[in-house]
Design a protein around this ligand. Sequence first.
Ligand code: HEC
Ligand code: HEC
Length: 266
Amino acid sequence: MNQERVFSMRNPWFVTSVGGIIALAVISVLIGFIWLPSANGDFSGRGLWATICSAAGAPSNWYGGGSNVAGPAPSDVVVLPPHYVSVDQASIGRGATLSTQNCSMCHGVLGTVQVTAPALAGQYADVIYKELRDYQSGLRANAIMQPIIHARSDQDLHDLAAYYASLQRAAPAEPNASPDANAEKLAMQGDPMRNIAPCAACHGQLDRKGAAPWLGGQSSVYLAAQMQRFATGERHNDINEQMRNVARHLTPQEIDGLAKYYAAQP
Ligand code: HEC
Ligand code: HEC
């Protein structure tokens, strides 16, 4: 059989198969872009052209429907990348003077750390700076810290952060706190079925997310109180609710166990 005659309009097989394919394509387009999307209320309300555009995946503002991006901005919190605070010796020196006069009676190093206050030695600089900023702006409310920090300059906050970050981390606050297997599992592996990411994935043991504090060296009283406040939303200065989303899923027993677990860590 001659090759040319296969691709000829006079060949009925050729005409039927090509015609069939074209017909099939047209029918699929009609079903996929018009009939199925029209059956969906979200798509069909805005007319035929919008229906076709949304079925094709075009952004809604291309065809005049851009108003659905209205609403408040997701967050007005400044996102600080880790290690944002620059550390130089002069800054550390000024921070040392400030902290000896104003902070060490509660936060340790020259004094002892009070159980309700966190140890700051060796804490990440970006954490200290962010928390001080949050006390200043009132985003993190606290009757003790807000008046202490309210009139401090931005340079003071940088110096204090640089100083504390330059110190050795504190020893465990409660080295003999009873180890809890479930708490350790939550800390290192989380609980995926309940949407709890491992604490260690954000808090520095395995990996670190911006502004997440190092938790070792703190008293169980302080740690448990902060988790409870995140769980109820009383503390809400965590960017994108990172910590509230975790704390909400924890039972009171788990909060207690995790607080003891971290209190026993350096
Ligand atoms: C009278 C005791 C006291 C003094 C003095 C004090 N603090 Fe605090 N600080 C606290 C308490 C209590 C908290 C926990 C508050 C809370 O629950 O939000 C705290 C929390 C903090 C935090 C948050 C840390 C974290 O891990 O979230 C930082 C940072 C801090 N203080 C820095 C300072 C600095 C810097 C000074 C000195 C300029 C200072 N504090 C003076 C009692 C004190
Ligand atoms: C997705 C990341 C993420 C995970 C997972 C996470 N945290 Fe946090 N956590 C944060 C961040 C970020 C902050 C600091 C929020 C702020 O003040 O800006 C925080 C703060 C805290 C604080 C307050 C500490 C202080 O000094 O202020 C405690 C306590 C805490 N987390 C415990 C835990 C425990 C326990 C777990 C595991 C069950 C956990 N977190 C899991 C991100 C996380």
